[in-house]
Design a protein around this ligand. Sequence first.
Ligand code: ZN
Length: 324
Amino acid sequence: MKQPIEGLHHVTAIARDPQANVDFYTGILGLRLVKKTVNFDDPGTYHFYYGDEQGTPGTILTFFPWPGARLGTHGAGQATATAFSVPEGSLGWWAERLDRLGVDAEAPRLRPGFDEEVIRLRDPDGLALELVARAGDTREPWTGGPVPAAQAIRGFDGVTLTAWNPEVTTAVLRDAMGFRPIGEGKDRFRFAVGDGGPGTRVDVVARPDAPRGHVAAGTVHHVAFRLPDDATQVAWHEELAGEGFRVSPVLDRQYFRSVYFRERGGVLFELATDPPGFARDEPVAGLGGSLRLPPWLEPDRARIEEILPKVEVREVPVPRGGAQ
Ligand code: ZN
């Protein structure tokens, strides 16, 4: 029997400089680099995964860093914000930290129509992120980085999709994917699955005059949703194909298995399995510590390591003029 989608699995975006990407997500936001591998379709490019200690689905933001890539356009048919959940009362601490470290961030503010306080910020490539203050998010944060547990990111809060006509995308979420409406602001329509808590929500914002989003550096490539197992994935594949979506074959991504389809508003979606997870090829204590390759690329390891630029997880220096 087909089990429901359980929430967000991961979000994949495109970056430029790999070291700047590692510095920002580990050294400033305090996520853990849980896997350092390559783009299986382009093994001369890294694929970085950031998340909590184990890379639990619902905490994972991933990047393909292409040095020198041009910047994309934020717009319709795209995931235009990725939101992380942080503890209630921590946004003042975050605002001070982001300012001190020279991050492009707005002051905390209430989201119109919703009872939630948000900091909007951008990563070094202009990718739009949000920190949302949430009471009662019981997920354990990664505390091996520079951010203390009292303020640390718990995982995703949700994503925002931008649409020319929100009804097209909301119909896909509601009728094909089992999401239900849980809130509505002026031009923002909120959906969720499961318990509706952090990591289960998708917002669709109406922007009839927005440009069409163009995927390149600083934009989201796709949004992946959680499925519990392979049998459920096969059932979803059949159902979505039966509803007219062009669904990819099941692809082995080593740490999960994936199918992809484009929702009718243009955003690339993926359905990814929880198993086997990131500990399949290195112990939890050492996640992200060395370059991992799938078996079919191991024979090319020496050449791949020569091509890839060196990166390290390191303490991020306070920018000159940024410190008080
Ligand atoms: Zn993916």
